[in-house]
Design a protein around this ligand. Structure first.
Ligand code: AHG
Ligand code: MN
Ligand code: MN
Length: 351
């Protein structure tokens, strides 16, 4: 089997030969493969080399940084800086856009969540890395913050790495979605999930239900519907605390992940530029859907790099179903929702 296995690098070369993407994206995605190998090693042995625990600082969005957050960010930034192709990097762990290279070759912008789900590291549960790649839009020799403030529909590549029971790298350059599993003995990513298609429907849902009381009544109605054992619906809850792991499961098996806004945090928790948009790009390319419940994630304007947005993502029909609960204009199918009550707690709803 291995003699004919397709490595990530070979696959990228094949796609490039078929003009699916330029050589620069092959180089950048190869680099992400290298980052994934380094982080696989360091995350798995973190407890043995003193890399667990907090550093005592908060990042730009107020999260307490872990040593592995900081380390992962350093690995990503140095690996991509060395390519000479990246003008600037926006990262969850950097307060501002970091300018890394000037000149005509540095035409790309990297947006990244270097370590997603880092609260899972102490318990050896799944974590991830999310990445989105844009082309520069501003003129001049050097990049600027404005280059990073592009909506997700301008992404030229995006993907994620899941560090779970195996390490899996999933990417799209806007043509298809492919997944690769790391063979640790070879040190190679091998094509294992070719041309991924997200099931149109599914039986899984993924959300932190401890926020139920803080969600609006329309979102609560959706959750009630999913959990209603008196009907034929037999949905199962799966929530890992790592967005990458939960979305990956929905992508492969069919399901829906949602992280709505609350009264206090109307835009929820997740960050648009380096969490929601790259994952939306991948899921849409695989035939799924991603929205805020009201608007398409990929069309949202990006005003600041750490901006948040609500997220509902996964199988087309389940995202549609969520929207039919929260969008007033689509509510004919669910007339049981008490509009007066909904209006009194409007969070997560839309017209
Ligand atoms: P990060 O570790 O990059 O800050 O992301 C954590 C995110 C996401 O991975 C996960 O789905 C969500 O936060 C979990 O938040 P709750 O603990 O509020 O459920
Ligand atoms: Mn994250
Ligand atoms: Mn993170």
């Amino acid at each position: 089997m291995i003699a004919t296995a397709t490595t990530l690098n070979h696959h990228l070369w094949q796609q490039q030969r078929e003009s699916k993407h330029p050589i620069e994206l092959s180089i950048l995605l190869t680099r992400m493969g290298f980052v994934a190998k380094v982080l696989t090693r360091e995350i798995s042995r973190a407890a043995l080399v003193g890399k667990l625990g907090l550093v005592g600082e908060k990042n730009a969005t107020g999260d307490a940084q872990k040593k592995l957050d900081v380390f992962s960010n350093e690995v990503v930034v140095s690996a991509f800086s060395e390519t000479g192709l990246v003008a600037a990097i926006a990262s969850e762990e950097l307060d501002q856009v970091q300018l890394v290279e000037c000149g005509s070759e540095a035409q790309y912008i990297l947006c990244t969540d270097p370590l997603d789900g880092s609260s899972n590291t102490e318990s050896s549960a799944a974590v991830g890395t999310i990445f989105g790649i844009y082309r520069r839009t501003t003129g001049g020799r050097c990049g600027s913050e404005a280059d990073a403030l592009q909506p997700g529909n301008k992404l030229v590549a995006a993907g994620y790495v899941l560090y779970g029971t195996s390490t899996v790298l999933v990417y799209s350059t806007g043509d298809r979605v492919d997944g690769f599993t790391l063979d640790p003995t070879l040190g190679e990513f091998i094509l294992s999930h070719e041309n991924i298609r997200c099931p149109e429907d599914g039986k899984l849902y993924s959300a932190n239900l401890s926020y139920y009381q803080d969600w609006g009544t329309r979102v609560q109605s959706f959750v009630d519907y999913l959990g209603d054992r008196t009907t034929d619906s037999s949905y199962s809850l799966r929530y890992s605390g790592a967005l990458v792991a939960d979305v990956h499961r929905c992508l492969l098996e069919g399901g829906v992940y949602f992280y709505p806004g609350t009264q206090d945090q109307q835009d929820g928790k997740l960050r648009l530029l380096y969490e929601n948009a790259p994952l939306a790009f991948v899921v849409e390319q695989a035939g799924g859907k991603a929205s805020t419940g009201c608007d398409r994630i990929l069309d949202l304007p990006i005003e600041s790099i750490h901006q948040r947005s609500p997220l509902v993502i996964g199988s087309l029909e389940l995202v549609d179903l969520y929207e039919s609960f929260v969008q007033k204009s689509k509510q004919t199918r669910y007339s049981s929702i008490d509009e007066e009550e909904a209006a009194s707690m409007y969070v997560g709803g839309c017209n």
